[in-house]
Design a binder for this molecule. Structure first.
Ligand code: NAD
Length: 471
């Protein structure tokens, strides 16, 4: 089960459903149970073959998916991932998490996700464009501003979104379907600014993550930062007892919190940058090739500049305004996860913290900026060890929230300033944290189950977000 993200997602649903149903009346339980059972499979799954003419003249057929999981609260919404290890079960899991996430964020969207099995790094720009246009052409009749609204995810970006939307335009024109310009624009989010994108979308997941973290830390301060609060190292995995034995972190607050970020792409980089700007000390970052560890704390912007220049992270030990080889060392992704820090941020892919390494984690707090990085088995171990996990469906919901703003602006023909976007984003993130916390306290459960229960309440009751619910 550990490696199958969809099985893990269903396990999370079952655990949350148990908490939810426990407090329901016997009469309500059957009906609610039935509605929850409906959430165990997607409404629709599309599997497409995409023939692409390669630069050498040959035709290669790629496999792609679009999963439309649930649209109770609004159009399906979710990104498109290009990765060599995409599977249907991964896309189903991501689409399911989008369903929960949009509900947690209070958005009028359901959940969906797309994926193509491809390593885009080995394609030329022309091949990438033809692949994207082929994928869009296969999906065109299922996608639309009021049907299903894609966005970027791992290895996709605004350029890819723009090819996709242009292909939808061509397909519609071929069929004589006249779409209003606003509606066509609102079909995809994550576009660049001059093509109808929103201010702040590029960095929205990181910025939203910062707001969620700040709101959560205000609630967790006494629990996380209390000098007497210890992580429990006694919960051991019997297979690996010998690797335990680290000393528990003691916290003297206020002081600079130390942070490790796994994944240095859109989400990981922006999160690291915003935290650095807020005075957190980023001691390690990594990408798919490995990580760098700089105990003095690194400068993410300078590190990215260095990575772009060198082509890799190793050697980019950038402290303050200079990069100096003596300041840091390279580190594997496995070791990076186990560094003794306050805050661990997995921002790459699923299944990074599992039953195999959860007992070795030394961070006090884990903020899931990637989707599905902590498995249910690991969740259980971390909970017993007193390590708090801010779940993905809350931690990274800033991205889809600004996608919603983009969709809304497109449909209304408006353009909001970055200040307006960030102000609204902060409000949405603070509300999401407040609702999840209220649910956590009401049901006396952990944050992941609380987020799921809150989402289930909204989805099942088709509950529409009301500004005054906390008043
Ligand atoms: P991205 O393609 O921009 O970056 C991914 C990063 O992860 C890259 O630096 C890559 O080198 C690194 N990586 C890949 N495999 C790794 C591994 N095994 N170990 C360490 N690093 C590895 O993708 P992104 O948009 O930043 O997405 C990252 C995660 O955040 C994904 O789980 C995605 O679903 C989730 N997410 C993204 C958004 C968004 O707006 N882009 C929103 C919500 C959630």
């Amino acid at each position: 089960m550990q490696d199958n993200p969809f099985q893990n997602a269903l396990r999370q649903l079952t655990l949350a459903a148990n908490v939810y149903l426990r407090s329901a009346s016997p009469q309500a339980r059957e009906n609610l149970g039935q509605k929850i059972a409906e959430l165990k499979q997607p409404v629709r799954m599309l599997e497409v073959a995409i023939p692409v003419r390669m630069d050498d003249g040959t035709i290669k057929v790629f496999q792609g998916y679009r999963v439309q999981y649930n649209n109770t609260l609004g159009p399906f919404k979710g990104g498109i991932r290009y990765h060599s290890r995409v599977t249907l079960d991964e896309v189903k899991a991501l689409a399911f998490w989008m369903t929960i996430k949009c509900a947690v964020a209070g958005l009028p969207f359901g959940g969906g996700k797309g994926g193509v099995i491809v390593d885009p790094k080995i394609l030329s720009k022309g091949e990438l464009e033809r692949l994207t246009r082929g994928y869009a052409a296969n999906l065109y009749d299922c996608i639309g501003a009021y049907k299903d609204v894609p966005a970027p995810d791992v290895n996709t970006n605004s350029q890819i979104m723009e090819w996709f939307i242009d292909e939808l335009r061509i397909k519609n024109e071929e069929l004589g379907i006249k779409l209003k310009k606003n509606e066509l624009l609102a079909t995809i989010t994550g576009k660049s600014l001059n093509k109808g994108g929103s201010e702040g979308r590029e960095e929205a997941t990181g910025k939203g993550g910062l707001y969620v973290l700040q709101a959560a830390l205000a609630k967790l301060k006494s629990q996380i930062l209390n000098p007497k609060s210890k992580i429990n190292s006694n919960v051991q995995n019997s297979k690996n007892k010998s690797s335990l034995g680290f000393s528990t972190l003691d916290f003297e607050f206020p002081r600079q919190l130390t942070v490790v970020v796994q994944g240095f792409g859109n989400v990981g980089y922006n999160m690291a940058k915003f935290l650095y700007e807020e005075g957190f000390k980023i001691v390690a970052v990594s990408d798919s090739k490995g990580g760098i560890y700089v105990p003095d704390g690194l400068n993410p912007a300078l590190t990215l500049e260095c990575k772009q220049k060198n082509g890799y992270l190793a050697g980019c030990y950038c402290v303050g305004s200079v990069c100096d080889l003596k300041k840091g060392k390279t580190i594997t992704n496995d070791d990076l996860l186990e560094l003794p820090v306050d805050l661990l941020i997995p921002a790459a892919l699923e299944n990074q913290i599992t039953g195999g390494n959860a007992y070795k984690i030394k961070a006090k707090l884990i903020m899931e900026m990637a989707n599905g990085p902590v498995t249910p088995e690991a969740d259980d171990i971390l909970f017993k060890r007193n390590i708090t996990v801010i779940p993905d469906v809350l931690a990274n919901c800033g991205g889809v929230t600004v996608s919603y703003f983009e969709w809304d602006q497109n449909l209304k023909g408006e353009h909001w300033s970055k200040e307006q976007v960030n102000k609204k984003l902060k409000t949405y993130m603070e509300k999401a944290v407040a609702y999840v916390w209220k649910t956590k306290e009401k049901y006396k459960t952990d944050l992941r189950k609380a987020a799921f229960v809150y989402a289930l309440e909204r989805i099942i009751l088709s509950y529409h977000f009301k500004e005054d619910i906390l008043d």
